[in-house]
Each structure stands twice: as C-alpha cells, then as structure tokens.
Write a protein that binds this ligand. Structure first.
Ligand code: GDP
Ligand code: MG
Length: 162
C-alpha cells in the first residue's frame, strides 16, 4: 500500500463535486485498484478519514459540518460534462466559506478515458486551477490513470505542512 494511502488516512480528506462526476468510483479505484461500473450512491467505508458524499451533493447540503475538519479536499468535475465544470466555481466559493483556510485543495478532471465525449479541454481545467492557485490533473477512475498520483500529491502537500 502506497504512501499516499497512509498519509490520506492520517488526515481527513474529502471528495467534493457534482453528483455523477466519479467521486465514489475514484475512491474505490484508489482503495481497491479496480473500477466497478454503474452508479452507486453508498458511501464507501475505507478507513474513516476519507469521506465521500453520498448523494447530498445534489441538494447542496454539504455544508459546514462536512468541511470543518477536512485537511485535504479533492474537487472533481467530469470532463464530459460542461455543467460539472461550470459548477466548480460555486464549489470553490462554498469551500472558501466553510473549509479551513489552510485546506489542501486539488482540482481533478475525471473520466479522462472518455475522450470521444470530452466537453472540457485540458487547458480549461488547468487555467481554472491556475486562477485559484491549486494543482490540477486529469484522472480516470476507470483505467486508474493518475488516481494514485493525485492522492500522492495531496499526501506530499499535507506532509510539507505538518
Ligand atoms: P459520484 O456521484 O461522484 O460518486 O459518481 P460515481 O462514482 O457514482 O460515478 C458516476 C458514474 O460515472 C458511474 O456510472 C461510474 O461508473 C461512472 N464513472 C466514474 N468515474 C469514471 C471514469 O473515470 N470513467 C468512466 N468512463 N466512467 C466513470
Ligand atoms: Mg458517490
């Protein structure tokens, strides 16, 4: 088990983003190294410090309590959904309102394997990330592309701040 995993377990890391962007799938890929097709809403219990929202994102009720203790935050959109990308600014506003000032944030453009349906260019993601001063990468919960790397990057950042 890699360093990123252990480090993430030592800190409260949460996954945020619109419903359907692949938060649960990304967590399962990271935890088990596999992709389970199909939508599921259950919160995946992997240790108790990586928190996955289970449907509340639809109602924008993921508020103070959820963000309060988070030390790191993976903010996801789906590269095949322009709306999920456009909503990132709203998520960031909410994060800045509720999360700790020094929370480690990383922007992830997920479903990078579905290039035929791409609706958000890589450069758009990178540009938004630069604007907010957060690291960015494209991931695929399906193929596993950059999943370990994303958690590792978060872990490194957390270590540096500790
Ligand atoms: P959540 O609502 O953000 O937790 O999203 P889910 O993990 O439930 O994923 C929503 C849907 O997108 C499911 O049908 C997943 O199988 C699919 N999905 C998630 N990540 C990927 C990915 O990286 N690539 C592809 N092709 N499908 C994905
Ligand atoms: Mg989910």
């Amino acid at each position: 088990r890699g360093d990123g995993y252990n480090e993430a377990l030592l800190h409260k890391t949460i996954l945020v983003g619109d419903s359907g962007v692949g938060k649960t799938s990304l967590l399962v890929q990271f935890d088990q190294g596999k992709f389970i097709p199909g939508s599921f809403s259950a919160t995946v219990g992997i240790g108790f410090t990586i928190w996955d929202t289970a449907g509340q994102e639809r109602f924008r009720s993921v508020t103070h309590a959820y963000y309060r203790d988070a030390q790191a935050l993976l903010l996801l959109y789906d590269i095949t959904s322009k709306m999920s990308f456009d909503n990132i600014r709203a998520w960031l506003t909410e994060i800045h309102e509720y999360a700790q000032k020094d929370v480690v944030i990383m922007l992830l453009g997920n479903k990078a394997d579905v290039s035929s349906e791409r609706a958000v260019r890589t450069e758009e993601g990178a540009s938004l990330a630069r604007e907010y001063g957060v690291p960015f990468m494209e991931t695929s919960a399906k193929t596993g592309m950059n999943v370990e790397l994303a958690f590792l990057a978060i872990a490194k950042e957390l270590k540096q701040r500790a």
